[in-house]
Design a binder for this molecule. Structure first.
Ligand code: SF4
Length: 237
C-alpha cells in the first residue's frame, strides 16, 4: 500500500496545477542565477517550459534516508508526485524486500521537471543535460538542508552526479561501494527504470537485486547511526 507523504516547506507550495502538457515552440525564458522561492516559478533552466509541473520530493520531514532518482517520468509529471509510475512500483517492492519502511525514506529526483521528446502521441523520457543537473542542484541542496538525511541512495548516474556534485563520476565505479560526501554516506545503485527496461531478464534481475541490496545497506547504516545527530549543511553557503 502506498503511503502518502507531505511536501517539504523548503520546496515551496507547488500547487500541482498543469501549466503545459505539450511541447511548445516559443523559446523558454532561462534565468540561470535566479533564486526562486517555489518550483512553479523556477526558470534556472529550460525544462520548466515543456513540463506540466515541477515535481518536489516527498516523505517524512526528517527521514534518515533520502532516495534520489533522475527526474520525474510521464506519470509523475502529470500527478506532481515522485515515483508514482512503474519505476515507483518497482521501488516500493525493493523497499519492502530490503526491509526499509517508507516512513524512513524521503524520495526525490535530481531534476524536478520532466524532460521529454515527442514520439507520436507519447512523451519519451530524455536524459537531462549536465547544465540542467547543475541548475537543479539548487533544489536538491534545499532538500538536503531541510531533511538532513544521514544516508543518500543515489539511483542512477544522474543522481550520483548531482549528489556528489561531480560531473565525471561513473556509476560503475561507485556501485557496491560506500562513499562519503558533505558529511553524509552515499550508496549508489541503479535507477529502478533500468531494472524495468533492461533488454534481458538476467540483467533486470541482477539490477533489481542490486537495488534491494543498496536499500538494505542504507537501512542498516541508518539504523546503526540512528543516534548520531543529522548533519545540516548548506551547500551554497
Ligand atoms: S529542472 Fe530544476 S532548475 Fe530546471 S526549471 Fe525545473 S526546477 Fe528549475
Amino acid at each position: 500500500m502506498r503511503v502518502s507523504h507531505s511536501r517539504p516547506p523548503a520546496i515551496g507550495d507547488d500547487k500541482g496545477e498543469p501549466s503545459k502538457g505539450h511541447a511548445s515552440s516559443d523559446a523558454p525564458v532561462i534565468e540561470r542565477d535566479q533564486q526562486p522561492a517555489t518550483l512553479d516559478v523556477c526558470r534556472r533552466c529550460a525544462l520548466w517550459h515543456d513540463a506540466t509541473q515541477g515535481v518536489p520530493g516527498a516523505g517524512p520531514k526528517h527521514a534518515p534516508i533520502m532516495l534520489v532518482g533522475e527526474q520525474p517520468g510521464d506519470q509523475e509529471d502529470r500527478e506532481g508526485k515522485p515515483f508514482v509510475g512503474p519505476a515507483g512500483r518497482l521501488l516500493d517492492d525493493a523497499l519492502q524486500e530490503a526491509g526499509v519502511g517508507r516512513k524512513d525514506v524521503y524520495i526525490t529526483n535530481a531534476v524536478k521537471h520532466f524532460k521529454w521528446t515527442p514520439r507520436g502521441k507519447r512523451r519519451m523520457h530524455k536524459t537531462p543535460a549536465q547544465r540542467e543537473i547543475e541548475a537543479c542542484e539548487y533544489w536538491l541542496a534545499k532538500e538536503l538542508e531541510s531533511v538532513a538525511p544521514h544516508v543518500i541512495v543515489a539511483m542512477g548516474v544522474t543522481a550520483l552526479k548531482a549528489v556528489l556534485e561531480e560531473k565525471s563520476v561513473r556509476l560503475g565505479d561507485a556501485l557496491g561501494k560506500t562513499l562519503e560526501h558533505g558529511g553524509r554516506v552515499i550508496v549508489a545503485t541503479y535507477h529502478p527504470s533500468f531494472a524495468l527496461r533492461a533488454p534481458d531478464a538476467e540483467t533486470r534481475d541482477s539490477a533489481y537485486a542490486a537495488i534491494v541490496a543498496a536499500l538494505r545497506q542504507a537501512g542498516e547504516i541508518a539504523a546503526r547511526d540512528r543516534k548520531r545527530k543529522p548533519t545540516r549543511i548548506n551547500r551554497h553557503a
